[in-house]
Design a binder for this molecule. Structure first.
Ligand SMILES: [Zn+2]
Length: 287
């Protein structure tokens, strides 16, 4: 049964989840891409069980699923709430030390580590946060609010519904996935087991925002093959693959087809990585 002592606020939950290193890895071919993601997932399954969600469990791929049974007399289709445990491969998620800026007064936020400053000019949403508590990292790591904020919100909502049976609802499914940040979050998902007619991903950027569609983030990997010769003997022989890749990038339209020159439903291709030597250069793009 539900343990009444088990009471946390949404922020308490978030601060705890943020300390788990769940960074995913784009280069990995295993699933999940990093084993460490499962540590948080296993903990979430345990907590859901402790709340009273009897079927809460993590499968071998690291997906956590649980059911909050219906308590309404009216039959309504099951809905699901989804969030991802992993954080971006771009910035380290090890040793996260969140800072709660109580009753934020406005203005730029100076972080103690790495001389980093969160500027209102670059983050206009901050302006709406005056008077609220704002949580940041200390500057040395990523905070990982994407998507541990979503995880904390879903966990807290489940706890709220369990402790407030007067709020009537249909069957609610909870699903936490690994590897969203590396585009593999749905790879091994068991949709039959989830059994929801509609699902909501709780992974947004500001309050009150609802998105009904998104870009595909489909990836293309382009490999440019060159011919490497010692530069001292290279005349009429060397083909430098770095130059081939650069020429390709240069040939793309400058005023359209980029994230920085498009909005709403306008399409774009976006180069995320380039790496190579004379012999071969790899370019990754998403659209
Ligand atoms: Zn996310």
């Amino acid at each position: 049964m539900f343990d009444l002592k088990y009471r946390y606020t949404c922020v308490d939950r978030f601060l705890r989840y943020a300390t788990y290193d769940t960074q995913s890895d784009e280069e990995s071919t295993s699933f999940p891409s990093t084993e460490k993601q499962k540590k948080l997932s296993a903990e979430l399954a345990r907590e859901l069980k402790k709340m009273g969600l009897r079927d809460a469990a993590m499968d071998k791929w690291g997906y956590v699923m649980a059911t909050l049974p219906a308590n309404a007399a009216k039959k309504v289709p099951p809905i699901a709430f989804i969030a991802h445990v992993d954080t971006s491969p771009a910035v380290t998620g090890k040793g996260v030390k969140p800072i709660v800026h109580r009753k934020y007064k406005g203005g730029d936020i100076r972080l103690p580590k790495g001389g980093r400053v969160i500027k209102t000019s670059e983050n206009p949403d901050l302006r709406k946060m005056k008077g609220f508590d704002v949580i940041t990292s200390d500057g040395a790591t990523l905070l990982g609010a994407d998507n541990k904020a979503g995880i904390a919100e879903i966990m807290d909502a489940a706890n709220y519904l369990i402790t407030h049976p007067e709020v009537k609802h249909g069957p609610i499914k909870i699903c936490f996935t690994p590897d969203e940040e590396v585009g593999r979050g749905t790879e091994k998902i068991d949709l039959k087991k989830l059994g929801a007619k509609y699902a909501y991903t709780v992974d947004g950027s500001s309050r009150g925002e609802v998105e009904a569609e998104t870009f595909s983030a489909d990836m293309v990997v382009l490999k440019f093959i060159g011919k490497n010769i010692h530069p001292g003997y290279a005349k009429n022989k060397m083909i430098n693959s770095i130059k081939l890749a650069a020429a390709f990038m240069e040939s793309l339209p400058k005023k359209k087809l980029s994230p920085e020159t498009t909005e709403k439903r306008q399409g774009y291709v976006h180069c995320t990585t380039i790496s190579g030597l004379e012999e071969a250069t790899t370019l990754k793009m998403i659209q």
